[in-house]
Design a protein around this ligand. Structure first.
Ligand SMILES: [Zn+2]
Ligand SMILES: [Zn+2]
Length: 107
């Protein structure tokens, strides 16, 4: 199987196999972002104020991407629960923020 095109990925992420495995990964990780956990951060907000529930969106990330490693697409060991923030970071969207700034000081 290949997951190169948008359509192929869409089919994969809509498949029953993925949906149930994704749940398994979430349960294994206690619905916690594994990266937050590694950094000692708390991701799970208590829902003390019912009207103001903060929704934490968790993603199940493929450690080895399905494009390059379709053979691991349905391996529980290849999955990791991440919050949206860390998921974006891992995919490079947060990269800019980590670039060293050389124009901090102007002289
Ligand atoms: Zn996180
Ligand atoms: Zn991912």
């Amino acid at each position: 199987m290949v997951y190169k095109t948008k359509e192929q990925k869409k089919t994969f992420y809509g498949s029953g196999d993925w949906i149930s495995l994704r749940l398994e990964a979430l349960e294994r990780d206690n619905y916690e972002c594994q990266e937050c956990k590694r950094q000692g951060l708390v991701t799970i907000d208590s829902t003390k104020t019912p009207g103001e529930k903060k929704q934490i969106v968790l993603n199940v990330h493929h450690i080895k991407g399905i494009e390059d490693h379709p053979e691991f697409a349905l391996e529980l060991d290849n999955l990791e629960t991440l919050c949206v923030y860390h998921h974006n970071e891992v995919h490079g969207k947060g990269f800019k923020a980590q670039e060293p700034k050389w124009d901090d000081e102007k002289w």
